[in-house]
Design a protein around this ligand. Structure first.
Ligand code: FES
Ligand code: MG
Length: 576
């Protein structure tokens, strides 16, 4: 393998020349207390850190970054920590999804504008994994993704609690009046007990698994709990490895190949996959120039069983159990020839070499292929006159009786309208009703908020019902469950057919046949379309204006059109 020489590094353009500009770069590095021995002949490694005081999932990054730096120094690199938008799923409103592309842009431009040869990306909370990796892929320098790791299992009154999933479950019980205020407060204090991302197989765990499936993490990195000392060692190892990746010029285009993307999709399906992963996978693949579609995802889903018995798709177990059972390496080992193990990962070796010593230690948590949690991948893509560009459902997480269903639509145009419906204990809906929320898509939300797991209406809860068919152009939390049809494309706000649906129309869902229709004639739909007026634009200034102008629909991964690889000529290196 040919190795780069120092004068071929990007950072050498800043640091090496005997000219006035480089004088400035060197003297200012010395202002920070460093000397020539810190940078001469060494790659500069960015650590893009998404720590902030508003990001509980990444609270440990303030410390963990020191371990990454330690590894970089050990391997003869020069670390440069660059903070980036922390995108806390809990605190950022209206939704982090409004800002995923902003983090991607920030990451790309941070790396481009600074004297950076390679990067360690520190993320984990839902949108940070796609945001960071999309940006770094577009920039093109070698990088390693260091996942935050899941938090410890939740615990209250002797019971294990799972992020998100149990909050939703107990909130329904609280609204049904079956748990007390004291019990509710106990759950509040017990459900998130340590730093780290959500420890169900929600969006965070799915996305870090996808990063590992793509080959963007060191082997096993995505399963290590945040509070486990293995995580410090992994952080240091990322620091050591990235320095060599720079010398080896192991750029992301050599890692994210079509085969690697197929591997990532297969891994996602086998984990029980958050519905959000569909959008991010499409966006990530397209940044690497691979035109992944909803149909590709559905096809791989058809032949990939869910073998991770982790909530919400699986029963009982959480990410901590998954780690003890062998983690993602063990899961990939079980997938066997469903994966192309000849692909190269950030290790510089093949995926297969990284799996050599992997073993399953508990085959109830990581199931054999012939005893899966669910016989096919956890996501299905639906199409029909309600969603010509597709919609998704997680059949494994919904009551089987709803997989083929027809019921009358009950339509809410906004979240406030929806709230009035679900909080009305005397609403005359039936268990067959299809509850619809629209104008909650990429433009309508805006940002496609996680409103798609519409809370069960009081009127049905009090009669003992815990699931019903719900339909929206929104997303839902990866920790959600229920018969929720999501990501309807095109969305209602831009005039997709969902905008034409009326309360009382029959909606037909057929998961085995992958269809989603409204029983309304084409002529009637034409009449309704002629009468439809587009809603007023949501933003008159600021980021929202750019978002509105450039955001693509869910089936295209909700990237900005101008950030896709095919858009315009390549961005030049900055003049120095
Ligand atoms: Fe950060 Fe769930 S809130 S991963
Ligand atoms: Mg989430």
């Amino acid at each position: 393998m040919t190795r780069k020489t120092y004068d071929q590094l990007r950072s050498a353009r800043w640091m090496a020349p005997d000219d006035f500009r480089s004088f400035g770069h060197r003297s200012r590095t010395m202002q920070m207390g460093y000397g020539p021995q810190d940078w001469e002949g060494k790659p500069i490694i960015a650590i893009v850190n998404t720590w902030s005081d508003a990001q509980p999932c990444h609270m440990h990054f303030k410390d963990r970054v020191e371990w990454v730096k330690r590894g970089i120094l050990q391997a003869g690199g020069f670390p440069m920590e660059l903070p980036a938008l922390s995108l806390s799923e809990n605190f950022v409103k209206p939704t982090t999804m409004l800002y995923r592309n902003m983090l991607a842009m920030e990451t790309e431009e941070l790396l481009r504008s600074h004297p950076i040869d390679g990067a360690v990306l520190m993320g984990g909370c839902d949108k940070t994994t796609p945001g960071l990796t999309m940006g770094a892929v577009s920039m093109g320098v070698p990088f390693i993704y260091l996942p935050a790791g899941p938090m410890l299992r939740g615990n209250y009154a002797g019971q294990v609690l799972g992020s998100g999933t149990d909050s939703f479950k107990y909130w329904d019980e609280r609204r049904a009046g079956t748990i007390t205020k004291e019990e509710w407060q106990g759950i509040e204090g017990g459900i998130a007990r340590s730093y780290g991302h959500c420890m169900t197989m929600g969006t965070a765990s799915t996305m870090t698994a996808i990063a590992e499936g793509l080959g963007l993490t060191l082997p096993g990195a995505s399963s290590i709990p945040a509070a486990d000392a293995n995580h410090q060692r992994m952080a240091a190892e990322c620091g050591r490895r990235i320095v060599d990746m720079v010398w080896e010029d192991l750029t992301p285009d050599k890692i994210i190949t079509e085969a690697a993307v197929r591997n990532a999709v297969t891994v996602a399906m086998a984990t029980g996959c958050s519905t959000n992963a569909i959008i991010h996978l499409i966006a990530m693949a397209r940044r690497a120039g691979i035109p992944l579609t909803l149909d590709d995802l559905d096809a791989i889903g058809h032949t990939t069983p869910v073998i991770a018995n982790v909530r919400p798709t699986g029963k009982g177990y959480l990410m901590e159990d998954f780690f003890y059972a062998g983690g993602l390496r063990a899961l990939m080992k079980v997938l066997g020839d469903k994966l192309d193990t000849s692909v190269i990962t950030v290790t510089g070796k093949t995926l297969g070499e990284g799996l050599e010593t992997a073993r399953v230690f508990n085959d109830d948590v990581i199931r054999p292929i012939d005893n899966p949690v669910y016989h096919e991948g956890s996501l299905a893509v639906l199409r029909g006159n309600l969603a010509p560009d597709g919609a998704v459902i997680k059949p494994a997480a919904c009551d089987p009786k709803f997989r083929v269903h027809a019921g009358r639509a009950l339509v809410a145009d906004s979240y406030d309208e929806l709230k009035a419906i679900i909080n009305d204990p005397d609403h005359p809906m039936t268990p067959d009703t299809v509850l619809v929320l629209r104008n909650a898509g990429p433009q309508g939300g805006p940002g496609m908020p996680e409103w798609g797991m519409i809370p069960m209406p009081q009127a049905l809860l009090k009669k003992g019902h815990r699931d019903m068919v719900r339909l929206s152009d929104a997303r839902m939390s990866g920790t959600s469950y229920g018969a929720c049809i999501l990501h309807v494309a095109p969305e209602a706000y831009v005039g997709g057919p969902l905008a034409l649906l009326r309360t009382g129309d029959i909606v037909e869902l057929d998961v085995p046949n992958r269809t989603l229709n409204m029983r309304v004639s084409d002529e009637e739909l034409e009449r309704r379309r002629a009468a439809w007026t587009p809603p007023a634009p949501r933003y008159g200034r600021g980021y929202g204006v750019m978002f509105t102008k450039h955001i693509m629909q869910a089936d295209s991964g909700c990237d900005f059109d101008f950030l896709t690889t095919a858009y315009g000529p390549a961005v030049p290196e900055p003049a120095i």
